[in-house]
Design a protein around this ligand. Structure first.
Ligand code: ZN
Length: 317
């Protein structure tokens, strides 16, 4: 092979690599199937409700969503059932959140990504907008959906992978993506305004596990949690005692439970505060790693965010 031809091939590969990065999703050895495998649209397996919602909003009637994790399900601990494996194996496209959120599914997802069209939404976000989950910076905090302006950035990789799956409807996907982006921009402005109405000194959010760091950064709220970023591992007595001291000293009025996390630790925290003579109320249940029931407003991403923001604003004011 002449060196000129070799240079051309290298250049072509670089162009291909560039366009893959631009598309934001993995194009694997198997190209997209030519027609939908189901009568009701392309079968898209999605892990969490938040992921399913973006795909549904962009894909519209051209996708049939097969959602693995429903209401109240903790994605950090979720293991694939034999039924899930067959859903994943027969799907035309697999969408998941990524950044190790679905910790126990990671091997299955990475194996399938070698033979299937897949998209890990959060792994296509700009790295400089991600928070580290450990002091070494080797992992990123996966809870990106709590900053609405950041989650809106996952619309583009979803649009791109749907275009790859179904090029005939690319124009419709682009229009739907632009519309949804507009809705999320409005939602972000609404959250900013509502949370700014809490006096600065009272803007401290105490929750069961550390899912709200992006939320805290986006909306200028100090966040504290009993458990770490993943729900694997028990919260220590020392951690709970430190939080009891913090809450009592800062006279924080409310703490919040989460729909996908057990209440046991939160109960110990409240009792600890009571013993120190500081009464702390339950500010209500927040949706953290799972959305609400399908068919209710909280069963959508926008409804879930609104619910959380209203509860937090009411509990901390
Ligand atoms: Zn979490």
């Amino acid at each position: 092979m002449s060196s000129g031809r070799r240079t051309c091939l290298v250049a072509l590969c670089l162009v291909c690599l560039g366009s893959l990065t631009w598309a934001g999703c993995e194009a694997t050895s198997s190209s997209a199937p030519a027609t939908p495998s189901g009568k009701t649209g392309w079968k898209v397996a999605c892990t969490t409700g938040m992921v399913a919602d973006v795909v549904r909003e962009v894909g519209g009637s051209h996708v049939e969503i097969l959602q693995l994790m429903g209401e109240g399900v903790d994605p950090h601990l979720y293991k694939a059932s034999p039924g899930d494996v067959s859903i994943l194996a027969t799907a035309d496209l697999i969408c998941y959140s990524g950044l190790h959120l679905e910790g126990k599914l990671a091997d299955t997802l990475s194996r399938l990504s070698r033979s299937k069209l897949t998209c890990a939404l959060a792994e296509h976000l700009p790295k400089d907008r991600l928070l580290n989950s450990d002091s070494e910076g080797s992992f990123h905090d996966p809870h990106v959906w709590f900053d609405v302006s950041l989650w809106a950035e996952t619309i583009e990789p979803v649009r791109a992978v749907l275009e790859k799956l179904d090029p005939a409807h690319a124009k419709e996907f682009a229009e739907r993506a632009a519309k949804y982006r507009g809705e999320l921009e409005k939602l972000h402005a609404e959250c900013t305004e509502k949370l700014a109405s809490i006096p600065k000194a009272r803007r401290v959010l105490v929750t069961a596990h550390d899912a709200f760091r992006y939320f805290g950064r986006a909306y200028d709220i100090d966040v504290k949690a009993i458990q770490g970023i993943s729900t694997e591992g028990e919260a220590g007595v020392k951690q709970i005692n430190e939080l009891v001291t913090f809450i009592s000293e800062h006279e924080i009025k409310s703490v919040f439970t989460e729909s996908s996390i057990s209440e046991r630790n939160m109960q110990s925290l409240i009792e600890g505060c009571n013993q120190r003579g500081h009464r702390v109320a339950r500010g209500g249940e927040l949706f953290s790693d799972a959305m609400g029931k399908a068919g209710t407003p909280e069963g959508t991403y926008i409804g879930m965010v609104r619910h959380n923001v209203e509860k937090i604003a009411a509990g901390l004011k």
